[in-house]
Write a protein that binds this ligand. Sequence first.
Ligand SMILES: [Zn+2]
Length: 334
Amino acid sequence: MKICINCVLPETFPGITFSGDGLCSYCARFKGKKYQKKLKDRFRQKFINIIKEIKGKGPYDVLMAYSGGKDSTYTLRLLKENFNLKILAITFDHGFISPMALENIRSVTDTLDIDHLTIKPGAKTICSVFLKSMEPDIYPLKALERASAICNSCMNMVKSFLLKTAIEKKVPIVAYGWSPGQAPIQSSVFKTNALMAKEMQKATMTPLQKISGHKLSGFFLDEYQFKLAEFFPYLVHPLAIMAYDEEKILERIKELNWKNPQDTDSNSTNCLLNSFANEIHIKQHGFHPYALEIANLVREGYMGREEGLKKISTPFDPKTVRYVKEKLKINNNL
Ligand SMILES: [Zn+2]
């Protein structure tokens, strides 16, 4: 298979083209590290200004989507220690968080002395959502470029629940631990509003409603929240505008009693569902759902190309995949 000579994107990636010397169209469009740095500085300053404006005005400054994985753990530490913010961490428990990640969530929130909530949808409902997410035509191909169908379903619920909770609790910032490869600098500090949230909700809720009817409506905004225009929060993902070095991140979070889980695949430090979701995605679409994130990290100099290629070609652990299939009651032909 043809793979870009500079990043890790394969020829099977939707819409990709290659120049004569084998450079992909994503790398050809890349504006360079200098430009990235300028952009980073501008958005970091924007974030600092917002913090000055909101800090200490309510019971919490930030709602943090906390999965227990390495990136969100590091983000939690940054927000608490570098920016001195009052945080409410929220974990969305989809029933497949690795036992080691659950322990990490407890020890990190304890060590950092952070308030923490868990929200767990009904087990049968969420399993049927994951199962049916994989059917064709649930998600447009564009949504599947950066994440598997299962990840899309999960993240849509997380994002919506956090936005809803922030509005209800009047928390001015919602934070995510996206790696710099997962989301662009341009979206790292961003004010939401009712009109846009309505459009976004339509796009994310429709596939889930198709699957589950109204069983998940508790995770979505209703007319009540849409009317509270003044409480729509900022969305931030600070890792896009801070230094990002995987080795240093691991060092820093180990100081919080975070332990590297041995029970997840090479692209996740918290989710047992990931291997299965990735395997199905590759079978259905011909490329790894982490390819775009890893390609961005490689192109932007956060990760070596060899390491990136290894991350998206490491075979999945059959034991974890079997465990997920059993839990979702899937026969082995899938
Ligand atoms: Zn490339």
